[in-house]
Design a protein around this ligand. Structure first.
Ligand code: FCB
Length: 457
């Protein structure tokens, strides 16, 4: 019988990731709260409401759960609209709340990774044009400085912006996130301003805390061309350049290139100490003449493979390796997997996704790609943006009923706990959690019966 241990490097960070609006509850002063009031925007007309009730203190019991699973890190975000509810007005109590949250992590020997922008803007920012308005760059930097001054002594790892290209495309090209626009030019301008916002935040943080380790979380997707490949390959290259590559390349070359447009942002060069990879799906891309508003490009999911709910791509954890490789080679920086997970209410896919994903990360580490940590999305089921509390979009190691706030552990929580405790994935775990896949995922080593050495002369 095959036996093995995939060991991770000493000090590897194991955690989960969350974001403020998705777990806190009671956020009423940001663009999402306003968006949720509009009919037809969120699955079933739902609102974030109390979410996971973290704002009223329930984060402590969820951190206990994470610590009991031997996690040694946690990624979370602070909510700008709480800290700066009106332009120039800082809410000290909100800052104290986050300081307590960080202390709660430290008390449990968990390293905080703090995200400064995760999709939400204060209403006063949104009403003044959001990230279409170049002023937002300076305003964001000011907010970041306030946070760094207050919380900087207890945080080393900072993530400036979560998924800038998701924010730009979902909000300004596909119309699924606020403000619901479908305008390619606006999407590109927003991406440019987010890049400038990242740069400004980087400098604000470094001025206050020269030892801060600063990165951003970049969402990458795996892509296959539609058929015939020769016809659709150019569509793939466009999507890859625009969605996966442009933003990262701007941080190394100082030039943001979309389609035929090139924007010089020389000050962006080298403004990062690490890079975060958010990875979920593989898509098929091709041209479709019926999609003029999306530059005639269409993204669908391949018809085979591990399929989750409709609307998302194929679940293909092996894609982690390719994305890690590209990021490592292009950026020459340490990498954190800042998100990886799967929508799966009955936990039928999650253990397998964890095993395949971590096998892929381990493989990358053995190619000497500098992966330093892994943050599973997510700890507890939460408010999944446009999907709201759609039962098909539950991402947690623990289930959470938003009505009763009851937490229900899933089997994958136990598996993840074992992995974190051992700092390794073992064949024994694979046999216990995904027995039906064990032999296919980890085939035996062929036995070499006879070794013939060349005859000596
Ligand atoms: C990522 C987001 C995160 C969550 C997961 C499922 O794109 O960053 O907030 O919605 O997807």
């Amino acid at each position: 019988m095959v036996d093995f241990t995939l060991t991770f490097p000493p000090g590897f960070m194991w955690g989960t990731a969350t974001s403020a609006h998705q777990v806190e509850g009671g956020n009423t002063n940001n663009n999402w709260a306003a968006w949720e009031q509009q009919p037809g925007r969120i699955f079933g007309g739902q609102r974030a409401g109390r979410a996971c009730d973290w704002w009223r203190g329930r984060y402590a019991e969820d951190f206990d759960r994470a610590a009991a699973l031997h996690q040694n890190a946690h990624r979370f975000s602070v909510e700008w609209s709480r800290i700066e509810p009106e332009r120039g007005k800082i809410d000290r109590a909100a800052l104290r709340f986050y300081a307590e949250m960080i202390a709660a992590l430290r008390a449990r020997h968990m390293e905080p990774l703090l995200t400064l922008h995760h999709f939400t803007n204060p209403l006063w920012i949104e009403e003044d044009g959001g990230w279409l308005n170049p002023q937002t760059v300076r305003r964001f930097a000011h907010f970041v400085r306030v946070v760094a001054e207050e919380l900087g002594a207890d945080v080393t790892l900072w993530c400036t912006i979560n998924e800038p290209m998701v924010y730009a495309t979902q909000g300004y090209l596909l119309g699924r996130f606020p403000p619901g626009e479908r305008n390619l030019g606006h999407a590109l301008r927003v991406a440019e301003h987010l890049l400038r916002g990242h740069v400004a935040a980087y400098h604000a943080l470094k001025e206050v805390r020269p030892d801060a380790q600063i990165g951003l979380a970049k969402h990458q997707i795996s892509l296959v061309p539609g058929r015939p490949a020769w016809l659709h390959q150019p569509a793939l290259m466009l999507v890859r350049q625009m969605f996966n590559r442009a933003f990262i390349l701007a941080l190394t070359t100082g030039e943001l290139r979309f389609l035929r447009r090139s924007i010089a942002v020389p000050e962006a060069r080298a403004t990062f100490d690490w890079v975060g990879l958010n990875y979920y799906y593989r898509f098929r891309v091709g041209f479709n003449l019926l999609r003029p508003r999306q530059a005639f490009i269409e993204q669908t999911r391949p018809r085979q493979g591990l399929l989750g709910p409709p609307g998302v791509g194929e679940i293909w954890p092996e894609g982690l390796f390719e994305q890690i490789r590209w990021l490592a080679e292009r950026t020459d920086r340490p990498i954190y997997i800042t998100e990886h997970g799967v929508p799966d209410a009955d936990d039928s896919l999650r253990p397998l996704v964890l095993v395949r994903g971590l096998r892929s990360v381990w493989r990358a580490i053995n190619f000497n790609y500098p992966v330093r940590g892994y943050f599973f999305w997510t700890l507890v089921d939460n408010f999944e943006w446009a999907e709201g509390y759609d039962p098909r979009f539950r991402f947690g190691l623990f289930g959470c009923d938003p009505q009763t706030q009851r937490r229900i552990p899933r089997r994958s929580a136990e598996l993840y706990g074992e992995i974190c405790a051992a700092n390794a994935l073992t064949m024994d775990m694979v046999r216990r959690y995904v027995p039906e896949h064990a032999d296919a995922l980890f085939p035996g080593v062929p036995v070499q019966r006879e070794v013939r050495l060349p005859a000596r002369r």
